[in-house]
Design a protein around this ligand. Structure first.
Ligand code: FE2
Length: 279
């Protein structure tokens, strides 16, 4: 009997992932493995900014990676329930803020134009993975339209700059997945703490007052809820909203007077939640 050449190209079952792109042809869809590659791409992109030794810190990279992971999870739920392409949504969600951390920008964050640089970066990344121009374009357009949210729209209007709006179901789904995180308590915490950072362009708006930062984050969360399009996102928002209300009750003034007491109260809230779960 002729011996089977396991793993050799002469083996009829042989399927290499390493074949040159031209032999495999461009890929029409996003696979699960691509989502993992996209996560690695995001980590590398952020690490490169940290390595520059400028304003982007390792802590900022961690905060933004955590945000990307939560948005990817929201995107997965939305895609599953709305009948959309789960891998495509998840990949776009993972990388939607890949252009956000930037040395040279105030506080190391490009708030108002990161959707443009991010869209270009994700297009190039997908092209390197051998995706068809159609796939590259679809994901690029999703990333490009995710910044059409109230406070960025106000800035764009003030500066007479155009802001791409979501048009397709997938584009709305990504924006939903992203803004849902502003209602999630962890995303809420991210907004409060960005506003408390002296280097942030939002610091002056609240004058460093923690209660004002909490109010601003709450306004962001309320505005986020109003622009949700998918029914799944609205349902998720209801759950996030209830948890946020419980957190807000916990952190009421006068106990929270600065960043330190805010963080302590946030931790106490988590501890109480964990305790209640085990009762
Ligand atoms: Fe973003």
């Amino acid at each position: 009997m002729k011996e089977k050449n396991w793993g050799q190209e002469s083996d009829p079952d042989y399927q290499s992932t390493e074949l040159p792109k031209k032999e495999r042809g461009p890929s029409h869809r996003i696979e699960r493995a691509d989502v993992l590659k996209a996560r690695n791409f995001l980590v590398e992109t952020y690490q490169n900014q940290v390595k520059k030794g400028g304003q982007v810190t390792a802590e900022m990279a961690k905060t933004n990676l955590d945000h990307a992971d939560r948005v990817a999870e929201n995107a997965r739920w939305i895609a599953q329930n709305e009948g959309l392409d789960i891998e495509m949504l998840e990949l776009a969600a993972t990388c939607h803020d890949c252009g956000k951390l930037k040395c040279g920008y105030r506080g190391g964050i490009d708030t108002f134009r990161h959707h443009i640089t991010g869209a270009k970066m994700i297009y190039d990344f997908l092209q390197r993975l051998g995706k068809t121009p159609k796939v590259c374009d679809e994901v690029k357009n999703m990333v490009l339209a995710h910044s059409a949210i109230p406070f960025i729209k106000r800035w764009a209007d003030d500066n007479e700059i155009g802001l791409p709006e979501p048009l397709t179901q997938e584009e709305f789904a990504l924006r939903d997945a992203d803004v849902l995180d502003q209602i999630d308590i962890w995303g809420f915490k991210k907004v409060v703490e960005i506003r408390q950072n002296h280097d942030s362009e939002f610091y002056e708006e609240d004058g460093g007052d923690i209660q004002k930062s909490i109010e601003s984050a709450l306004l962001t969360a309320q505005e986020a809820e109003k622009i949700l399009r998918t029914e799944t996102a609205k349902k998720i928002a209801a759950g996030y909203g209830k948890r946020l209300v419980r957190l807000l009750r916990k952190i009421q003034a006068p106990k929270v007077v600065d960043l330190k007491t805010w963080q302590e109260s946030f931790q106490e809230f988590l501890d109480e939640e964990a305790k209640n779960r085990h009762q």
